[in-house]
Write a protein that binds this ligand. Structure first.
Ligand code: PMP
Ligand code: GLU
Length: 403
């Protein structure tokens, strides 16, 4: 059998899209390995290290013997810390059997979809959306249904749009706020208006991905699950990767109706078991101790956002809004479509990102993977010096485009 043959692979994997964020980050690493000075603004990963007190807690946990399998849904001490956090920060009340810890929020979302979806069930995804949502829904046999808003609406959809996307087959509505890739934040009132639409149709659940909760510049994070009409139908997903700069620790969690949480634990019990023991012990410490490193990171992101918006908005043809959270900027670049750089024509956002990578050595991610083909994503989780250099390169590359 030739190495390139794929006959032995399942339809499931052959039909699945590779993660565009991870692919682009790898392309940037490959180019850098060839000796090019690449600035990677592709991956959604804080450039900060995990706060020292959390690392110390993990070292201590190792020494104390946190080296064994934990209960599948997570250490009791971590689930208790999550229970406290949900109440303290989100106004959400969960019993311990409603909380499941996983290897990243990504696995939490996969568990939920695997546990809830039957073949053909529809999941309404608010677009632009995070790359993995559609792939996970499809893997679980579901059908993603996109509802989309453009930059002129700050990438936020209306209740009427949501209403027309619901069908008798709708099982769940899935979104992130603060949003990856747009950085948009739905206000409490906007969330409640969407929730009212969902509350009007029996059997529709909400999967609220709040992983960017602590990187919110509005001063107020709202959890849709705290709204009474949808309280018992909301699954709140969160994790440690972003707010605590713990991407490599692989720790996420959910709070859900008990039947769903228990089904997710059952799924995880066959797939991966519990998350790393000493990491969980440190995560419990993270939630219950000094949050000032998290707030300092948020403030640094805010400063970078303003610097980036000021500079990007001066580039002719680059349409930007002012995102209220996360660490992404999502410009609309449709003005460049049809323009040329030498013999190369920019037909779409994929071409634009490829052009930026090859000519400017700046790695970003095309909006196509996020359900927004007119846009591209810049992750500003990089130092100010690197960001300034990257914007200058983008500006020069755009200036070389001819009608
Ligand atoms: N949700 C969103 C919106 C994300 O951007 C990411 C990527 N970090 C995840 C979930 C998954 O995060 P993790 O698996 O690292 O907890
Ligand atoms: N979620 C991050 C991103 O959007 C990390 C990569 C990934 O898990 O897709 O870039």
């Amino acid at each position: 059998m030739s190495v390139a043959s794929t006959e032995h692979l399942s339809q499931r994997i052959l039909q699945m899209e590779e993660s565009a964020t991870i692919k682009m980050a790898q392309m940037a690493r490959d180019l850098a390995a060839k000796g090019h000075d690449v600035i990677s603004l592709s991956l959604g990963e804080p450039d900060f290290d995990t706060p020292v007190h959390i690392k110390e807690a993990a070292k201590k946990a190792l020494d104390e013997g946190y080296t064994k399998y934990t209960p599948v849904p997570g250490l009791v001490e971590l689930r208790k810390a999550i229970q406290t956090k949900f109440k303290r920060d989100n106004g959400l009340e969960f019993d311990l059997n409603q909380i499941v810890v996983s290897n990243g929020a990504k696995q939490s979302i996969a568990n939920i979809c695997m546990a809830m979806l039957n073949e053909g069930d529809e999941v309404v995804i608010l677009a632009p959306y995070w790359v993995s949502y559609a792939a996970i829904v499809q893997l679980a046999g579901g059908v993603p249904v996109e509802v989309s808003a453009g930059i002129e609406k700050d990438y936020k959809i209306t209740p009427d749009q949501l209403r027309s996307a619901l069908s008798p087959r709708t099982k769940a509505v899935l979104f992130s706020s603060p949003c990856n890739p747009t950085g948009s934040v739905y206000s409490k009132e906007e969330l409640e208006a969407l929730a009212d639409v969902i509350a009007g149709q029996e059997g529709v659940y909400i999967i609220s991905d709040e992983i960017y909760e602590y990187i919110n510049f509005t001063g107020q994070h709202a959890s849709i699950g705290a709204y009474e009409p949808v309280k018992d139908r909301t699954i709140t997903v969160n994790g440690f990767s972003k707010g605590f700069a713990m991407t490599g620790w692989r720790l996420g969690y959910m709070g859900a109706p008990a039947s769903i949480a228990e089904a997710c634990a059952k799924m995880q019990g066959q797939f991966t078991s519990g998350a790393t023991a000493f990491g969980q012990a440190a995560a419990a410490h993270a939630l219950l101790s000094d949050m000032s490193p998290t707030h300092e990171m948020r403030d640094a992101f805010l400063k970078r956002r303003d610097m980036m918006i000021d500079k990007l908005s001066q580039i002719p043809g680059m349409k930007v809004n002012r995102p209220q959270g996360a660490f992404y900027i999502f410009p609309d670049i449709s003005d460049y479509f049809g323009k040329k750089a030498g013999s190369q024509t920019i037909h779409n956002a994929d071409d634009f990102c490829e052009y930026l990578l090859e000519q400017a050595h700046v790695a970003t991610v095309s909006g196509t993977a996020f359900g927004a083909p007119d846009c591209f994503r810049i992750s500003y989780a990089a130092s100010e010096a690197e960001l300034e250099k990257a914007v200058k390169r983008i500006q020069d590359a755009v200036a070389n485009l001819q009608a």
